[in-house]
Design a protein around this ligand. Structure first.
Ligand code: GLA
Ligand code: GLA
Length: 729
């Protein structure tokens, strides 16, 4: 732990040594990183359901909506047998059916469902119902309803709108969870707990504000320290008492940032409260909660310790001629969910087998795209491909949302056949279960960095102030894309993650530096690692106070061997260009457009690899490299406006640092490959994301497709949206 400059208590972990997990029956134990040594991922992880070494396949199922029509439930079981599905998330949002009146529980229907699931050899991820509260509760205990920013108590509303601090809500959740856990402990169908659903949002009631102030007292030793850390003398914002602290409409960046941290803290605390009775009754049953990609409102890294598996809900729009670019971003998220538990296989908890009714243009999946989406997830480390939803509801908000079982002729639909075909194919992937991806590159995507950028006014605004994160997420994805194109696996880490497992760390826009991060980056580079930094790095500390002494601050300046004096902002119609410096040594050629940001950088020991071409800073460095200890630090001073620059740069980086590619072959645009290994086997997932056939030259490599056994070598044609799972022949 490291104290920061204002002398308050340390509050952040500065090293997350534990990124690997040791399998012991029924649970996972974190392995500590060996001092000075690299953390190796285990050869193989246990399956999600102990004793069931198969890919999980299934989805959200709401029999609670059909209790008045038992024939439909019978039909569901018949169709499930045909679909190749084996696991269902049951009871999400079923609180009003489980407890129709306060204290009166109705479990007969769920007993029946669980028994029938078990009889069919199926499994349940049994949900805690906290995602939607029953109406009687909102009526009798108004405190469970949120207070909004304007200070008004919200109406009962729909879902995901309960207060995370309300003692009544916490108590009611504890009671129903305890009752569920005691009733179904030891049940053959109980495979896991699906905690709530897509936690999100904030409340401004007195319980929440009091909890926020108590949280702040654990972070700051005194009000005086808080005032200084938040720079509240600005616009007379100084707090004279803790009770005055209110997160609404504040010009104080540090306060806004701490409020976001608190929302995560309080949601994690709420989830802990949900988990406690479940673990007490069923200690060996894994718990997880379904997350939403890079949802900006919660720092999902803080949930990793209390989640036995990470899982997420993916609704990509893989539409249009350029849909492969959206597939890159989908891959980015899969890598994040695998990395959050080291390399532990994650669960794709929701995906749509058809259209997504809340999207602007809910296009259907074209032939091949369903299988492709599922196999992309598995290639990145998923051991479960699940859908929202098994059967369409007859009414309400999601009656038009894609589902495995449609309203009419369910068995004859293309979607059902796609699901069943995928289910049949999964039978060939038993040996993939528990294997993982083993990247040598760590790319930092850090929620708190994103928040820090979001709350800082400048150095530029976007049109209409959107995207609010100044394209932080997009910048991360821009740096990720070239690795995807080359078939080089990447871990998506945070700035608190252990770095020693990697050869290369890419840290786009590392705007905020948490305590200890620079020390660990320094050790990483001195030990021979390669670090890539960009514009807008090392600007503020963890309370949004600017780092003095020249940017990139906090020690990065010395590591990068440059001083960034000032930042220019470009108009969209007036991009700059940078040009490769002669003899740059990394094969960089020609000139490249840059947009948005141009930093005026002075070398202080670094070599210049590219310079600006025009304006009053023509000739000044746009890309530099500095030798630091046994390693190197690259600094990119401007934001590239086209793929070509980062493609070339990354290709050079891969060659220079000898990063292994999944396959040592050239991949045409829109084609990528992942590799999972373990248990003495290696599986390759080769995809063509284009709507046209493409040819990959496999050279002398010889492969066998795991499904149909077909041999592949030399020039191989990949059909539109083809995804192949291969092993070396
Ligand atoms: C106005 C205000 C100043 C400052 C500037 C910033 O002029 O009076 O306090 O906020 O805007 O541009
Ligand atoms: C989310 C929710 C589901 C459902 C789907 C629809 O993922 O968790 O309950 O509403 O969206 O796409």
């Amino acid at each position: 732990m490291v104290n920061d400059s204002i002398g308050r208590r340390p509050f952040m972990k500065t090293a997350l040594g534990a990124t690997a997990f040791l399998a012991v029956p029924g649970r996972l134990v974190a392995l500590a990183s060996q001092p000075g040594g690299s953390v190796l991922l285990p050869d193989k992880y246990p399956p999600v359901i102990p004793g069931f070494p198969h890919m999980l396949h299934g989805g959200d199922w709401n029999p609670d909506q059909w209790l008045h029509e038992p024939g439909v439930i019978d039909e569901d079981f018949r169709l499930m047998e045909k679909s190749g599905c084996n696991t269902f998330s049951v009871g999400i949002f079923a609180w009003a059916t489980l407890e129709p009146e306060e204290g009166r529980f109705e479990f007969a229907w769920l007993d029946d469902i669980m028994n029938r699931l078990a009889a069919h050899g199926f499994y349940a991820f049994l949900a805690t119902p906290s995602g939607a509260k029953p109406r009687w509760m909102s009526e009798k205990y108004p405190e469970v309803r949120r207070i909004n920013r304007a200070g008004q108590r919200e109406p009962h509303g729909s879902r995901h709108n309960h207060c995370f601090s309300s003692p009544v809500y916490r108590d009611k959740v504890r009671t129903i969870n305890t009752t569920l856990a005691n009733r179904y402990k030891g049940h053959k169908a109980l495979a896991g707990w699906h905690i709530s659903n897509e936690y999100s949002g904030a409340c401004f009631c007195e319980f929440c504000l009091r909890a926020f102030r108590a949280y702040l007292k654990t972070r700051y030793p005194s009000l005086d320290a808080l005032n200084r850390a938040w720079w509240t003398s600005f616009w007379s914002q100084t707090f004279q008492s803790w009770e005055q602290i209110d997160p609404r409409e504040s010009p104080v960046d540090g306060l806004n940032l701490d409020w976001d941290r608190f929302i995560t803290h309080q949601t994690v605390d709420f989830m802990k409260g949900e988990i406690a009775p479940l673990k007490a009754a069923t200690p060996a049953v894994p718990v997880t909660t379904n997350m939403m990609s890079t949802f900006v409102g919660l720092d999902y890294w803080r949930f990793t310790d209390i989640s036995d598996r990470m899982c997420w809900d993916a609704y990509p729009t893989l539409h249009g001629a350029d849909s492969w670019r959206q597939a890159v971003n989908l891959s980015f998220h899969h890598d994040l969910y695998r990395t959050m538990k080291g390399g532990l296989p994650f669960m794709l908890m929701e995906s749509t087998p058809s259209n997504t009714n809340w999207q602007q243009t809910p296009q259907l999946k074209k032939p091949g795209q369903h299988r492709q989406e599922m196999l992309l997830a598995i290639g990145h480390g998923a051991d479960a491909t699940m859908y929202f939803q098994w059967r369409k509801s007859l009414g309400a908000a999601e009656k038009m949302h894609g589902a495995v079982v449609d309203h009419g002729e369910p068995e004859r639909t293309r979607v059902f056949q796609d699901v069943a075909a995928h289910g049949a194919f999964l039978k060939h992937l038993d040996a993939v279960v528990g294997t993982t991806v083993r990247p040598e590159v760590g790319l930092i995507y850090d929620w708190e960095v994103r928040w820090a950028i979001m709350y800082t006014q400048g150095p530029r605004q976007q049109a209409n102030r959107a995207p609010y994160d100044r394209e932080y997420l997009q910048a991360c994805q821009d740096h990720y894309r070239p690795f995807w194109k080359l078939g080089v696996p990447v871990d998506l880490i945070e700035s608190l993650s252990a770095f020693d497992r990697y050869k290369v760390i890419v840290a786009p826009m590392l705007f905020m530096l948490k305590p200890g991060v620079v020390d660990r980056l320094d050790a990483f580079v001195k030990g021979g690692g390669t670090l890539v930094l960009t514009y807008l790095s090392g600007i503020v500390n963890e309370t949004e106070l600017v780092l003095r002494g020249g940017w990139p601050g906090g020690g990065l300046r010395k590591m990068a061997g440059i001083w960034s004096e000032e930042i220019d902002s470009l108009y969209p119609d007036a991009p700059q260009r940078m040009v490769a410096a002669p003899g740059n040594g990394i094969g960089l050629t020609g000139d490249h457009p840059v947009r948005d940001y141009c930093e005026r950088v002075h070398p202080e020991g670094a070599s210049v690899l590219a310079t600006y071409q025009s304006d009053f800073y023509a000739g000044m460095p746009a890309l530099t490299v500095n030798t630091h200890g046994l390693g190197r630090v690259y600094y990119l001073a401007a934001r590239p406006a086209a793929d070509a620059f980062l493609d070339g740069f990354t290709r050079a980086l891969v060659a220079q640092t000898k990063l292994s590619r999944c396959l040592d072959v050239d991949l045409p645009e829109g084609v990528t490959v992942q590799k999972r290994s373990g248990g003495g086997r290696t599986f390759y997932f080769l995809h063509n994301f284009r709507r046209e056939s493409q040819v990959v030259d496999l050279g002398t490599l010889r492969f066998k497709e795991v499904g149909d056994g077909r041999a592949l070598t030399a020039r191989t044609t990949l059909a539109p949206f083809a995804s192949l799972v291969l092993e070396k022949a």
